[in-house]
Write a protein that binds this ligand. Structure first.
Ligand code: BT5
Length: 250
């Protein structure tokens, strides 16, 4: 699936780099890793910050042209699932997912995922999958107490090459299966995601676009990757938004 891994000393953003590259190189499977990002991007115009060489900031470009665009939101959830699996297998860290795709240890964020769809000129549309993973950052290097790193969590490895290979292998497995199923998450991905997602079963506060907020119990993820929340006023389905785990109900 991957056609080569390019390593750069410094980039504004690995996602921006591949989004740009997508218009001149029609291949699927490009991967870039930056030792440092000066303008790392999060979702909704937020940023991802990490000191040089202390984390893994990686983007991978795929062109799943045989999967309907309506199913592409699953790419982001699949990527979170792959990162969590790689951390469990390779670093021995019990990582779970906060919907949609934050990777947590306990309640602290160790990795974030940003997937962007790119209309790439003469070529089929692409999805750029960006992953930021905190590897060797100490407490004082983290952006806040809600974040953590593999070193803090006493991972069995903090070797970034080993971790990068493991994440790419996991991504290839999860995305490959999803693509072979025609993007139908109900043929495996939804069940695997549900199992790894610690949001389900929790009391959550959800902020949806427009800064509106509500609370309820997260009960499921549906076939198109949306979070289903039971509230006092009935069931709500969230396609895009931010979730805070208020407290575990179990
Ligand atoms: C994300 O956004 O978590 C997606 C982050 C994706 C970063 C990768 S790095 C490679 C690729 N190239 C890019 O330019 N981006 C991708 P979001 O859910 O919006 O979370 C952003 C929020 O996480 C920020 O507002 C901070 O509160 C927090 N944050 C920033 N840096 C962090 C870090 N190193 N560890 C934990 N939390 C962080």
């Amino acid at each position: 699936m991957w056609v080569g891994v390019q390593i750069e000393e410094s980039l504004p953003s690995t996602n921006a780099f591949l989004a740009d590259r997508a218009t001149t190189d029609g291949r699927s499977g490009l991967v870039v890793i930056a030792e440092y990002q000066s303008e790392g991007r999060g979702r909704l115009d937020r940023s991802w910050v990490s000191p040089p060489r202390a984390g893994l900031t990686l983007s991978a470009l795929v062109r799943p042209y045989d999967v309907a665009a309506s199913r592409w939101p699953w790419i982001a959830l699949a990527a979170g699932l792959a990162v969590g699996a790689a951390l469990r297998h390779t670093a021995g860290v019990e990582a779970v997912l906060k919907w949609p795709n934050d990777v947590l240890v306990g309640e602290r964020k160790v990795a974030g995922v940003l997937v962007e769809r790119v209309e790439s000129g003469p070529f089929p549309p692409a999805a750029v999958i960006g992953i930021g993973l905190n590897v060797s950052l100490g407490e004082e290097e983290l952006p806040g107490p809600q974040a953590t790193s593999l070193a803090i969590e006493r991972a069995s490895t903090t070797d970034r090459s080993v971790l990068a290979r493991s994440m790419l292998r996991a991504l290839e497995n999860v995305l490959g299966d999803w693509q072979r199923s025609g993007g139908d998450a109900e043929r495996g991905l939804l069940a695997a995601y549900t199992q790894a997602c610690s949001t389900i079963g929790q009391r959550v506060r959800v902020t949806v676009p427009g800064d509106r907020e509500f609370e309820g119990e997260a009960v499921a993820v549906d076939a198109v990757g949306r979070l289903v929340v039971r509230t006092a006023a009935g069931q709500r389905v969230v396609g895009a938004g931010d979730v805070v785990h208020v407290r575990s109900l179990t």
